[in-house]
Design a protein around this ligand. Structure first.
Ligand SMILES: CC(C)(COP(=O)(O)OP(=O)(O)OC[C@H]1O[C@@H](n2cnc3c(N)ncnc32)[C@H](O)[C@@H]1OP(=O)(O)O)[C@@H](O)C(=O)NCCC(=O)NCCS
Length: 175
């Protein structure tokens, strides 16, 4: 995985198009990242346009994993927390292109997101993941602690309810 480079993504048109394609593929493959299958180009495009605009304002960072010119994965670090939680950040929208899975791309993205959160002075990371077909094993290997499960939290992309697992991790000086 030495050829994979992790970079903060911008509003460049090519980047936006690759994020759209990645999100549609992830949903079609059953990944629980907020949307239902089939996800339209328009809905995926609107989501990423809004997300990248938010990143440009510094409210979040959208990180991308690049294999040369190809975007093979992404994760979002949400930094825009309420005034009483300036020490916290949240992980969202972690996904890897289906054909690039199982090679450490998401692990690299998560480490980069955690490092960025530390750089931003954050000491607590939180995230949630679907009970069924989520990424709990990955998060636990990365040192996240399970706070608990909420049953029947969301619909899976192809229908049927799944619970959600809430995780946290102290980072930086509190690691
Ligand atoms: C969850 C997801 C992001 C993982 O992406 P990934 O790039 O395959 O993740 P990694 O390669 O870092 O780790 C995945 C597995 O590969 C293994 N792995 C990591 N590096 C490896 C390597 N170099 N060689 C072989 N296997 C490796 C890991 O041990 C891990 O094992 P697991 O299946 O028991 O968890 C991906 O499956 C995905 O996009 N899923 C759909 C969306 C989703 O559910 N996102 C999480 C929402 S919270």
């Amino acid at each position: 995985m030495n050829s994979i480079e992790i970079k903060a993504l911008t509003q460049a048109a090519g980047t936006h198009a690759m994020l759209v394609s990645l999100l549609i593929e992830t949903i079609a493959a059953g990944g629980s990242v907020s949307f239902m299958h089939p996800l339209s180009q328009e809905a995926a495009g609107a989501f990423w346009a809004k997300s990248l605009a938010s990143a440009a304002r510094g409210e979040r960072a959208v990180l991308g994993a690049w294999d040369g010119e190809v975007l093979v994965g992404t994760v979002t670090l949400l930094l825009d927390c309420p005034p009483n939680q300036p020490h916290r950040a949240e992980i969202a929208k972690l996904m890897t292109r289906v054909e690039h899975r199982g090679k450490g791309v998401a692990t690299r993205l998560m480490r980069a997101a955690e490092n960025l959160a530390v750089e931003k002075g954050r000491t607590l990371l939180v995230l949630d993941t679907a009970t069924e077909e989520g990424a709990s094993g990955l998060y636990e290997r990365l040192g996240f602690t399970l706070a608990g499960e909420i049953p029947d939290y969301a619909l899976k992309p192809h229908g049927g309810l799944t619970g959600t697992l809430i995780y946290w991790k102290r980072i930086g000086q509190f690691r």
